[in-house]
Each structure stands twice: as structure tokens, then as C-alpha cells.
Design a binder for this molecule. Sequence first.
Ligand code: F6P
Length: 326
Amino acid sequence: MEKIAILCSGGDVSGMNPALKRFVEYSYAKGMQPFFVYNGYEGLIDNTISIANYQDVAGIMIRGGTKIRSARSARFSEASYRAIAAENLRQKGISKLVVLGGDGSFRGMERFHDETGIAFCGIPSTIDNDINGTDYCLGVDTALNVIKNAIDSIRDTASSFRRAFVIETMGRDCGYLALVSAITSGAEVCLIPEIPIDIHEYKGCFESQIRNGRDYFIAIVSEGLKNAQEVSQWFEEELGFESRVSVLGHIQRGGNPSVYDRLMAYQFVTHAIDTLLKGNNNSVVCYTKSHFEFKSISEVALNPYHLDQALLTLGREQFAPSHCQM
Ligand code: F6P
């Protein structure tokens, strides 16, 4: 029986547990023995690798975080530790790895593959959504919903108090979380590294809005700019608005996975395993969505809607009576 392992590396995301569930179920469906590597690359080195079975993944679909834990491993960047990791895998007969992580994790894996020949497929997983080549990283939708709920709650208190709230989102140097959150929460200000704006430029406009009755402000800032305090001070000093800073922090990484992240987890893992089985030994599954486009009325209105083929295939396989686990 061919052996395949999965690990989570870097910041955890909601969606990793659904991915583990799919990994176990789909590996067995494809006639392979699945293994879990606990604690990311650290676990490869420390040999915390064990067989995964259906019971291990029962009930984890709805849980954030990752049952097999994650880590940022400094040791894995050293060749001597990678050699230990490879030996641990070889001794268990594992020749294929699925890695949920970010670009740093994939760079480490590529080195590992070059040195050892162990096949891998990466699944982009970071709330930052900052991986080149994919429109979507696992966990982003859940994080955006957590942020949305937080901002909606802050709006309740902001509007009751005549205050400015400066809300800092995660994202490292990428402004994706802040930008999408600012747009979808109706914020007045969005400051991210990719759109340089001098907050002072808002002064005249905001003064006019205040004269016309505005009595609270919501400003979303990305953590990469490190300017939440400064912006808060600006509201106090320049606009005379009492101001508070709210750093959302690690709540953005938690929460039960959204429907979208559960579905994406299933699809990412399916593609990862399929490509490894086809002999593609060194790749990352990327999701590139289509853009908006225009179609004729006849095409849209005179033809029936069909469910996405990939989704149908997933459903046929997942719910086939012949796949029912006893
Ligand atoms: O990369 C994910 C992320 O949550 C970033 O948004 C954030 O800057 C960082 O990880 C926080 O890392 P840690 O959990 O190590 O504090």
C-alpha cells in the first residue's frame, strides 16, 4: 500500500481540519495509507508521524485550527535536520507529502524534494492571502468573516459614543485582509502598504462630513504599516474625535471554518492527491478564478444551469454507497 503524509506549517488557518478529513478519506479511497505529521516540519524531524484513520478525523470538520498542530521550524532550514526528516519518512515508507502552508513552507519543501526526491504538493494556506499564483489561500474566507463580525460589533459601540475606531487587521505586509474588510464593512478609511495614503489628506473632507452630522469613524489599517496609534492620534488631534485602537490579533486565525473554506479544503486536497498520483512531484495547487465577463441574453436565459462538474465529481465519489465506511 502506497504511503502518503500530510502536515501543516506556519500560521494555522480555519480550513486545515476539513483538509485533514478529506486527506484521510480520499487517501483510503485511492488505496493509500495516510499518515499525519504532527507539529509541522518539526514533527518530520522529531518523528511525530503516525497512521491516520477515519476516527482521527471524525467531527473535526467544524473546528478551526489544526488537529495535527502547526509550527514554524527554524531547524528545517538546516540540511542536517532535513536529512533526519527524510530518514524518518523513508523508514516509514512514506514517499509523498501534502503540505498546508505559505510560501516559506513551500520553499523549504522544494529544497527537501531536491535533496531527497520525496514528492510533495503544497496547498496555499494563510489568512494573509499573499501567495503569488493563486487567487485564494485556504482560511481567508473564514478570517474575513471573523473580521467582519468584529468590525460590525465595533460599529455598534462607535456609533453610540461619537468615537473614531482604528482597527488593525493581520496580513503581514499584504493589505488583502484590510482592503476587503474595509470595502465590505463600509469603513471611512483603509490604509494598506499597497495604497500609500497620507491620512492628513482626509482632513478637509472629514471636517465637512462632521459639520453635516457624521459622528463616528471606522478606519481599517493593515498591520504591515504599524501606524494604528498614529492614526488614532490624528483623529483626536486633528478632528477632535475621541479615538480607540482595536488590534484584532489572533482571533482572526480562529473560528469554525466557513462553508467556502470547507469546500475549498476538499477541493485543494483532492487536487493535491490526484496530482501526486499522476507523478507530479513538486508543485503547489493554485486556484485561479475567472474574471467577470459579458454573455448574451440567449446564452444566459435560454440554457439550463448545470452544477460545476468538479463539484459533481466530488459529490458522486464522496456519497457513493460503495464508499460508505463501515
Ligand atoms: O501569516 C499569518 C499571520 O497570522 C500573519 O497575519 C501575522 O502577522 C502572523 O501570522 C502572526 O504570527 P504569530 O502567530 O507567530 O504571532
